[in-house]
Design a protein. Structure first.
Length: 286
């Protein structure tokens, strides 16, 4: 009888252990199933979030396009839907990349008087070394005009002046204060300190793109005797592409402290020379 009771007790304990093991395994499977479900749920939520974000971005982009089109339509209607229109004068024809005509640029030169700050050249503009080279060429030709056998009246040799000369170049925009138009100008100087301490100098203002001069001042003191020969115009005329024969139309007028000479150029503009004997000459296109 004892053996039967012991077997029943052992069998019951074994069955209880199996039930506990089954329950423990079942709990583990349930936890795994829940974890996998949560993971799958998070994946689905992430996918839905990305889809919503993509759709939202597309909708916002389309909305911005529609808003911009609406703004442009209003601007266009305000610009063109008028009973009367403003008159606009186009100053030059041809490609917009082409330099303006000299006559137009000279008009700008006369009206743009507000000086801007020094700046670097743009890709379409000449570099400082180009401006200095043009200044040096005019300096050389001008010195040779006033020299006899390579020597100036003051005793300086042209070779010594050129060897001792220094050069500067600065690019600035000049503005018209009334309408905001502007003109870019290279301002250069070629100068030499003479033996008597005075500074011989040639100052140029040139177009930033063509390097055609608008004005030139030459200070050579006693080398400029006031005789005003036509040859004084030749270097400047050559630099702006005008024939030497333009000097034949010179009209000389006595003025205070010297004389004024005016030449008519081929495009209707004029070249004016102011001579101050024993000091300087000043040439400008007008």
């Amino acid at each position: 009888m004892k053996k039967v009771l012991l077997w029943i007790k052992t069998a019951g304990q074994t069955l209880l252990n199996h039930i506990k093991t089954f329950i423990r395994v079942l709990k583990i499977k349930i936890r795994k199933a829940r974890a996998e479900f949560r993971k799958k749920e998070r994946t689905e939520q992430t996918r839905y979030a990305y889809i919503a974000l993509t759709v939202g971005t597309v909708v916002v982009a389309l909305l911005m396009v529609l808003i911009n089109r609406g703004i442009f339509a209003l601007s266009e209607r305000n610009l063109f839907d008028r009973e009367t229109y403003e008159t606009v004068e186009i100053s030059a024809s041809g490609s917009i990349a082409e330099p303006l005509s000299r006559k137009t640029r000279v008009d700008l030169y006369r009206t743009c008087t507000l000086e801007g700050i020094e700046r670097a050249p743009l890709p379409e503009e000449m570099l400082a070394e180009n401006a200095i080279a043009a200044s040096r060429e005019l300096w050389t030709k001008t010195l040779n005009l006033y020299a006899v056998n390579g020597t100036l009246r003051t005793g300086e040799s042209v070779e010594r002046v050129l060897n001792g000369s220094k050069y500067t170049a600065k690019l600035r925009d000049f503005f018209n204060e009334e309408n905001g138009t502007k003109l870019a100008i290279w301002s250069t100087q070629s100068y030499y300190k003479a033996r008597d301490g005075r500074v011989y100098c040639l100052s140029l203002e040139m177009d930033s793109r063509t390097l055609q001069p608008y004005s030139m001042t030459v200070a050579l003191f006693e080398n400029i005797d006031g005789s005003d020969p036509a040859t004084d115009f030749y270097p400047f005329l050559e630099a702006i592409g005008e024939p030497k024969q333009a000097a034949d139309s010179a009209i000389v007028t006595p003025v205070k402290n010297g004389s004024e000479t005016v030449l008519t150029l081929t495009d209707g503009t004029s070249l004016t020379r102011h001579t101050e004997p024993n000091v300087q000459i000043y040439l400008t296109v007008q």
